[in-house]
Design a protein around this ligand. Sequence first.
Ligand SMILES: Nc1ncnc2c1ncn2[C@@H]1O[C@H](COP(=O)(O)OP(=O)(O)OP(=O)(O)O)[C@@H](O)[C@H]1O
Ligand SMILES: [Mg+2]
Length: 267
Amino acid sequence: MIKIEIQDLHYTYPGGVEALRGISLTIKPGEQVAMVGQNGSGKTTLVKHLNGLLQPTSGSVLIGGWDTKKAAVAKLAARVGYVFQNPDEQLFSSTVGMEVAFGPHNLGYGDEKVSALVKDALALTELSDKTATNPYDLSATWRKMVALASIISMDTEIVIFDEPTTGQDALSVARIANIIAELRKRGKTVITITHDIDFCAENFERVIALSQGQVLLDGTANEVLGQENILAQTYVDPPQLTRLGKRLRLKETVRNQEEFLAALKKK
Ligand SMILES: Nc1ncnc2c1ncn2[C@@H]1O[C@H](COP(=O)(O)OP(=O)(O)OP(=O)(O)O)[C@@H](O)[C@H]1O
Ligand SMILES: [Mg+2]
C-alpha cells in the first residue's frame, strides 16, 4: 500500500516560471482524487513530480517512502503510471499490441505475465479487436484509449490520468468512467486532472483545486464544489445542479440528481 506525501513542493522551470509554490498534500493508498484548476495553475507540473519526470526545486515528494530525488525513474515506474495529457507525446509503437506490452516488458515481467496484463488492459479499454492496428491509424478517441491501456497494463498501484476526457465523445467519457470505477475496485490510487466538472463531480470523492501553483481547496467533492466563490478564483464553475441547489438554498451541497432530489425533499 503506497502513500503519496508531498512536502512544501516548489518547482521553477528552467526559463524561470515558478509553476509550483509550496504544495503539501498526502494521498492515501486507494484514494480517487480529481485535480481541477485554471490553465497554467500547475496541475501537470505537479503530477509529473510523482513519477520523477520532474524533480523538486525544493521540498520533497515521497512515494511509499521513496524520495523521488533519490529513487531511479525506472523503479518509480513500477509504482506510478502517468497517462500524458497529449497521447502523441506518449505513443511510439507500430501496433496497439506492442504499445500496450512495452511498459510491462520494460518492468522486467515474464512473457506470461505480460500477456495476461496486456489482455486485461485491452479488455478494459475495449481495444481487444485492435491489437494489430497502428495507433496512428486510429481516431484521436481511440488513440487516447491506447495511451490509457499502455499505462494500465503496467499494473501500478498509482495511476494518473492527465485530462482523459478532453475532446472525447459521451460514449468515450462513459468508457473512461468505467475504467476508473474498475481501478477503484482493484484498490488503485487514481489521480485525474480534469476540466470537466461534471465528470469530476460524478466520479471522485476527493477534489483538489489548484490556483497559481498552490492548493486553493482540498476536501470531499461536496465540500470543494460547494465553494463557488473560492473556486471562481481558479476559473472553475461548480456543476449546474450544485449551483441551482445553492440558489434554492438547499441545506447541503449537492452534486448529482439523487442528492438534489433528496435535499429538495428535506427542505
Ligand atoms: N516546459 C515548460 N517550460 C516552461 N514553463 C512551463 C512548461 N510547462 C509548463 N510551464 C508553465 O508552468 C505553469 C504551470 O503549467 P502546467 O502545465 O503545470 O499547468 P496546468 O494546470 O497543467 O495547465 P493546463 O490546464 O493548461 O494543462 C504555467 O505557467 C506554464 O506556462
Ligand atoms: Mg496540464
